[in-house]
Design a protein around this ligand. Sequence first.
Ligand SMILES: Cc1cc2nc3c(=O)[nH]c(=O)nc-3n(C[C@H](O)[C@H](O)[C@H](O)COP(=O)(O)OP(=O)(O)OC[C@H]3O[C@@H](n4cnc5c(N)ncnc54)[C@H](O)[C@@H]3O)c2cc1C
Length: 471
Amino acid sequence: MDTEVIVAGAGPTGLVTALELARRGIGVRLLDAAPAPFAGSRGKGLQPRSLELLDVVGGVTDRLVALGRTHLPVRRYGPDGVVDEPARGKAPTPDTPWPSTLLVPQWRVEQVLRERLAEFGVAPEQGVGVEDLLVTADGVEVVTTAGTIGARHLVGADGGGSTVRRRLGVPFLGETREEIRMVVADVELEGLDREHWHQWGSPSGAPYSWVALCPLPATSTWQLQAGPLDDREPDESVLAEIVGARGPRVRLREVAWRSVWRLNVRMVADYRVGPVFLAGDAAHVHSPAGAQGMNTGIGDAMNLGWKLAAVLRGADAGLLDTYTAERLPIAAGVLGISAELSGGAMWARTAAQVRTTSQLDLSYRDGPLGGASEGPGPRPGDRAPDAPVGDSTLFLRRREADWTVLSTQDVEVAGAATVVVGDEAAATYALAPGEVVVIRPDGYVGCRATVSEARTWLAPLTARPGTARAA
Ligand SMILES: Cc1cc2nc3c(=O)[nH]c(=O)nc-3n(C[C@H](O)[C@H](O)[C@H](O)COP(=O)(O)OP(=O)(O)OC[C@H]3O[C@@H](n4cnc5c(N)ncnc54)[C@H](O)[C@@H]3O)c2cc1C
């Protein structure tokens, strides 16, 4: 074996997967077919749950928050004039420190993840594409443009056109709607204020009747989205025309990146074939309405990363089967909500839809590690909320270990760090006398039990002593 895990694709999904493995001391190579990192903005909304998930990766969320912004108000231009809509954002609470979607271009998310990954000595190998693969008795032989590499596992995080998925022969079920297209571009312009997300018209009208211009924080650029397209190639002259029509003083200066987006709504029926896993856009694609794609890929990576690391260090191999079982229903739900929000409905989201797209309510309660259990407080499979712990917080304490046991008394559970909680955290978790709550490495409740039951529950899921290291 040349390495323990090969990750194909250094987009957000591949970077987080590699980070989750590298920080646990797993040998990983991150290959990307493109000669250089992707420069366009694409996804520009990091959802509250992603900010929580990335927090344990170490400093990443703080850095992204410093480079992004929340509460950007929308200015809508319609037949009845200009309407300023109040910013949709919430104030932090003790259990939800990042309650609002963070506006930050995807290339920036990737840059911050690459910087963190470099701290573990891993850099994406740009210009090395996966061409084929062969599953062997003890792993997988991966044929790349730079030769064949052997590994115990391969993670296909190589985007919607995934070579890994195709070589596995896994069908990508769903539809492509060639007629539903829009142009997406990063542009420099003058004549608009950067304190609003400016939006005109509706995506279901005449050609270019819908235009949105969003200032990208910590840059001088804007993300332009416009549609429906007409027969023309949306080149710089078309973009200059679209932007120039926004007002007498509005003028396009430069196009840094542009692309035509087509509606694809597809997903796989299984995320795993033997030692090979699919994650992110390689496993599911849908409308960008609702800002779910990058976030769902990050969720996949956080779910898979710790499981793969634990099994490579001696945990029960059956843990890997829980990846598809937990993540496939999430993708199916994301395809549903993004379809619901397409075609303009995005701009009139209900409070319930905003909550759904925040991903804070995603739960693995019905999955194999959850188990039906009724009662107060977060149940097994639910998101583990933050809470004050002494002069710190639970989220800060969780950065120190993979598994965390919450208890009102000092207890010992092998493979986990104990956090002794006071009244406020005990109330958030509705801790009963004698009960402990075990929190998984990816921030979901593992089990609620007595200490001895928790020890028995956790033993097969953790690495063998002396083989794992959480950074
Ligand atoms: C206009 C637009 C707006 C969007 N808005 C949002 C948003 O607000 N929020 C959100 O969450 N999502 C959004 N998305 C979706 C988001 O961009 C994608 O879901 C996200 O990029 C998926 O990440 P990924 O890492 O799975 O795949 P990708 O980002 O596609 O990365 C795949 C990587 O694999 C590499 N690769 C390809 N083939 C190979 C190969 N054979 N071998 C090795 N490497 C290979 C590619 O070079 C690439 O770097 C938006 C998308 C668009 C187009």
